[in-house]
Write a protein of this length. Structure first.
Length: 276
C-alpha cells in the first residue's frame, strides 16, 4: 500500500494556493528519468512540479502528468522563461512553446528565470498579459534581489507572486525574506538541501536526532517554518518520498535560531543572468 503525505499550502498574493513542497527537476533527463521522478512524486503526495524551458525536460514532465492519473487541476505546475527567450514578443512565443511541450493549456506559475537587466521589464509585461488572459494562474521571478524587485514593481501593474531564489542554512538571506514578507511576495528556495551538504552540518544532525529526522528534513522544515516554499530536486524514488516527510514535526524557536545562526552568505549556484 502506497503512503501519501498530506500536502500543506501557502496562499500567494492573489490567493492562489501553492504547495509548500514541490519537486524540482533540474538536470533530470527528458526521458524516462524525469517521467519516473514526476510520477513517483505525484504518487507520494507532491502536488507541485517545478520545471523550466532551460531544463529541456518539459516534454517529459507533461507526459508524466498525463501518465500519473492525477487530475491536472490538482497539480501546481510551474515553468520559466530562459534568458535568450526574454523580451515582450519573444516571451509570448516562448510561453506557447512551453505549453505545447507540457501538453497543457495553462500553467499555475510562470517565472522569469534570471533578471536579464535590459529585458526583464518587457518580459514581465508579456507575463502580465499571459496572466490577465488566464493562461498562468500566477506570475513571478527567480533570482531577483531587493533592488531588482523594487525596479520591477515601480514599472509593473502586478507585484510578483513568487521569487524563487537560492536559500539554505548557509545562505539564509534575511533581508530579502523581510522584504518579501512586507510586499506579499512568496519566496521559494532552490538548493534548499545544499546538494546534500546539509548532511555534514553538525547542528542539523543533532536537531535531526531529536526528531528522528535527517538533516535534509531539518533544513526543509526550517525553510517552511520561515514561510519559504521548497523544491528539493531528486530523480531517486526513495529520496523523493523521504523529502516530503516534514509535516509531522515542528522546530522550536530556539532550534530555528540555531539554524539562522549558520548563515555564511555562501552561495552554491552561479549567477547566470549574463548568459545568453
Amino acid at each position: 500500500m502506497k503512503t501519501i503525505t498530506a500536502m500543506e499550502y501557502f496562499h500567494l498574493n492573489n490567493q492562489v494556493k501553492m504547495p509548500k513542497v514541490g519537486l524540482g527537476v533540474l538536470f533530470a533527463k527528458n526521458d524516462e528519468e524525469v517521467e519516473n521522478a514526476v510520477v513517483s512524486a505525484l504518487e507520494s503526495g507532491y502536488r507541485k512540479i517545478d520545471t523550466a524551458s532551460a531544463y529541456k525536460n518539459e516534454e517529459g514532465v507533461g507526459k508524466a502528468i498525463q501518465k500519473s492519473g492525477v487530475q491536472r487541476e490538482d497539480i501546481f505546475l510551474g515553468t520559466k522563461v530562459w534568458n535568450t527567450e526574454q523580451g515582450y514578443a519573444a516571451t509570448l512565443k516562448a510561453f506557447e512553446r512551453s505549453l505545447n511541450r507540457l501538453q497543457t493549456d495553462y500553467v499555475d506559475l510562470y517565472l522569469i528565470h534570471w533578471p536579464v537587466r535590459s529585458k526583464y521589464k518587457d518580459t514581465y509585461r508579456a507575463m502580465e498579459e499571459i496572466y490577465k488572459k488566464g493562461l498562468a494562474k500566477a506570475i513571478g521571478v527567480c533570482n531577483f534581489g531587493i533592488d531588482q524587485l523594487q525596479d520591477l514593481m515601480e514599472y509593473s501593474d502586478l507585484i510578483p507572486a513568487v521569487n524563487q531564489i537560492e536559500m539554505h542554512p548557509h545562505h539564509s538571506q534575511p533581508e530579502l525574506l523581510a522584504f518579501a514578507h512586507q510586499y506579499g511576495i512568496q519566496l521559494e528556495a532552490w538548493r534548499p538541501i545544499m546538494m546534500g551538504e546539509v548532511l555534514k552540518i553538525p547542528e542539523l544532525v543533532e536537531i535531526g536526532n531529536k526528531y528522528e529526522k535527517s538533516p535534509v528534513h531539518i533544513s526543509l522544515r526550517w525553510l517552511v517554518q520561515r514561510g519559504v516554499a521548497v523544491i528539493p530536486k531528486s530523480v531517486t524514488t526513495k529520496r523523493i518520498k523521504e523529502n516530503i516527510n516534514i509535516f509531522d514535526f515542528e522546530l522550536s524557536e530556539t532550534e530555528m535560531e540555531v539554524i539562522e545562526g549558520l548563515n555564511q552568505n555562501k552561495t552554491l549556484g552561479e549567477d547566470m543572468s549574463h548568459i545568453f
